[in-house]
Design a protein around this ligand. Structure first.
Ligand SMILES: Cc1cc2nc3c(=O)[nH]c(=O)nc-3n(C[C@H](O)[C@H](O)[C@H](O)COP(=O)(O)OP(=O)(O)OC[C@H]3O[C@@H](n4cnc5c(N)ncnc54)[C@H](O)[C@@H]3O)c2cc1C
Ligand SMILES: *[C@@H]1O[C@H](CO)[C@@H](O)[C@H](O)[C@H]1NC(C)=O
Ligand SMILES: *[C@@H]1O[C@H](CO)[C@@H](O)[C@H](O)[C@H]1NC(C)=O
Ligand SMILES: *[C@@H]1O[C@H](CO)[C@@H](O)[C@H](O)[C@H]1NC(C)=O
Ligand SMILES: *[C@@H]1O[C@H](CO)[C@@H](O)[C@H](O)[C@H]1NC(C)=O
Ligand SMILES: *[C@@H]1O[C@H](CO)[C@@H](O)[C@H](O)[C@H]1NC(C)=O
Ligand SMILES: *[C@@H]1O[C@H](CO)[C@@H](O)[C@H](O)[C@H]1NC(C)=O
Ligand SMILES: *[C@@H]1O[C@H](CO)[C@@H](O)[C@H](O)[C@H]1NC(C)=O
Length: 447
């Protein structure tokens, strides 16, 4: 729920996002200005020709699987990731507030997809970001760390017969194992009064789930406002019943307020492992199959390339190829390999290996939209650019160290902040007059 309040609160600042040039200043580089390199990541292109497991896509799922499989030192694991390491963008990735003001969407680390035209959104084709680097979309996402509902997970599980591996009980245990929950600081709790039940959270997993180190009092009025509007406050959003209003945790490491994501959670803390290789800049173009056993394809390797017109290279696999290229990347690899709807493959000139009509179909995603307000008042970006205030420490803590979302009083002064608040309120009133109120039964119970 907090995203909406954040959007309202920072509405006047959003459009100046691109004006920020300040990065995170607290990350140390060595004397040569180089980031220290992780030994499990292959920087020199040298890999073997056969592995037990080949993982296609070093994103959110792929890096977690790579980390777990390579715990067995007798098992060799290769990750092929289409994007780069992200080292050159570490400041951008690590600083939480950059997710909203200075993030990776639109950069070279974004696949930058566009949807087909959406009949229910005025026939617009909407931009659709997706991470293309180690960590995948977890390196660029909005860091809302939530658990899905028991209802959804069990419905999903019922699609697979004869196993309870994917039901709520099993996945809830997995969700807890993956996270380390840190309750809000007393300052933040005093302002926002989050409802949470720590017994629904993990205590020792690789990914951090915490709250920002700084919150505005406005956030504290958010759930109360929704309660007044008929959306009940959710007491334990993480135990399988997340319906209602709540303040979500963020995947932020509270030790230094940096993004906690697949790479920092699962790979960077590892000691060097001889049996694990992670190769960036390597796009898998198709799977290689043993087709000699009619009706029973076995993946024997993958084909990959360093660029669209680069030489195709092959890697052999002893055990399994694991597809973790994301909702878009995995079906694309399957379809390029001849696994998918026969008519689509044939039309594209791909030999059909398996006619599986569901591959690459039926994708759904949620929409996100922001509200922009124009202002004649000074903004964070204009102040930063003009250095009119001498860029005070409290201001720079927002720009540089991410301990705070912007504090409009300290940016604009009391009068400026009050005037901004009034402008937002006026804009809301004028918008509301043109909106139709939903009948109560039409309201969605979801948050
Ligand atoms: C801008 C944005 C904001 C988001 N905000 C939130 C949020 O606040 N909270 C939340 O819970 N979720 C959020 N999400 C969604 C969440 O990040 C994703 O659902 C999740 O990261 C998907 O994980 P994945 O492993 O399936 O795919 P990804 O993490 O996307 O990983 C797929 C990886 O495979 C690589 N790949 C693809 N094809 C190939 C190929 N052929 N060869 C080699 N590599 C390949 C990609 O480059 C990528 O690195 C957001 C996503 C985006 C893009
Ligand atoms: C990946 O490719 C980019 C662009 O060519 C290059 O700058 C970068 O060093 C490469 N990364 C690795 C790990 O080789
Ligand atoms: C790895 O294999 C060797 C030789 O087969 C065996 O002695 C050793 O116990 C195995 N190690 C692990 C971690 O399984
Ligand atoms: C699961 O079982 C139901 C009912 O027997 C059947 O209709 C469905 O096709 C099965 N699904 C799978 C994935 O096997
Ligand atoms: C943040 O702290 C963790 C330890 O909790 C450390 O591993 C990581 O490198 C730090 N990140 C940055 C960007 O300083
Ligand atoms: C398919 O081939 C694999 C590997 O050769 C084998 O393990 C498996 O039993 C076969 N499955 C069927 C249904 O024939
Ligand atoms: C802003 O002013 C401070 C103090 O006068 C100075 O140290 C700093 O370099 C200036 N920053 C920019 C971006 O001009
Ligand atoms: C904003 O910052 C000022 C100066 O540090 C502080 O006095 C004030 O309490 C902050 N406002 C909010 C809403 O936290």
């Amino acid at each position: 729920m907090r995203s909406l309040s954040l959007l309202l609160l920072t509405a006047s600042l959003t459009e100046y996002a691109s004006a920020f040039t300040g990065g995170h200043r607290d990350i140390h580089h060595d004397h040569y200005g180089q980031d220290l390199r992780r030994r499990n990541i292959v920087y020199n292109g040298q890999i073997a020709d056969t592995y037990d497991f080949v993982i296609v896509g070093g994103g959110t799922a792929g890096l977690a699987i790579a980390s777990r499989l390579s715990e067995d030192s007798n098992t060799t694991v290769l990750v092929l990731e289409a994007g780069d390491t992200g080292d050159a963008a570490a400041d951008t990735i690590n600083t939480p507030v950059n997710a909203y003001y200075h993030g990776l969407p639109g950069s070279a680390y974004d696949w930058a997809y566009t949807t087909v035209t959406q009949p229910n959104a005025g026939n617009r084709a909407v931009s659709w970001p997706c991470g293309k680097l180690l960590g995948g979309s977890s390196a660029m996402n909005g860091m809302y760390h939530v658990h899905p509902s028991k209802l959804e997970v069990d419905a999903w599980s019922s699609l697979v017969n004869g196993t309870t591996k994917w039901n709520w009980d099993a996945l809830f245990a997995g969700m807890k194992d993956s996270e380390t929950f840190t309750p809000p600081t007393s300052d933040v709790q005093a302002i926002v009064k989050m409802e949470y039940d720590a017994s629904s959270r993990g205590t020792n997993g690789p990914i951090h789930a915490s709250y920002p180190g700084f919150e505005f009092s406005t956030i504290g009025t958010w759930t109360a406002t929704l309660a007044n509007a008929g959306v009940a406050v959710c007491q334990d959003a993480y135990g399988g019943d997340p319906f209602g209003a709540y303040i979500a945790t963020n995947s932020i490491n509270p030790a230094n307020w940096t993004r906690s994501y697949a790479r920092t959670g699962y790979i960077d803390p590892l000691p060097p492992r001889d049996n694990l290789a992670i190769l960036p800049n390597a796009t898998v173009t198709r799977l290689l199959f043993d087709t000699s056993n009619a009706g029973n394809l076995t993946a024997t390797g993958v084909e990959w390339a360093a660029s669209a017109d680069g030489a195709r290279q092959t890697i052999k696999v002893r055990k399994e190829v694991i597809l973790s290229g994301g909702a878009m990347g995995s079906p694309r690899v399957l379809m390029h390999s001849g696994v998918g709807p026969a008519d689509v493959l044939q039309a594209a000139g791909v030999d059909v290996q398996v006619n599986l009509p569901g591959v690459g179909q039926h994708l759904q995603d949620h929409l996100s939209s922001g509200l922009l307000f124009q202002t004649n008042t000074d903004t964070a970006a204009s102040l930063y650019a003009s250095n009119a205030t001498g860029n005070t420490p409290i201001f720079l803590s927002y720009v540089n160290s991410a301990v705070a979302y912007v504090n409009s009083t300290s940016l604009l002064g009391a009068d400026g902040a009050a005037s901004l608040k009034q402008q937002v309120a006026d804009a809301l009133s004028s918008s509301l007059s043109s909106l139709v109120r939903l009948a109560r039964q039409d309201r969605s119970p979801a948050c």
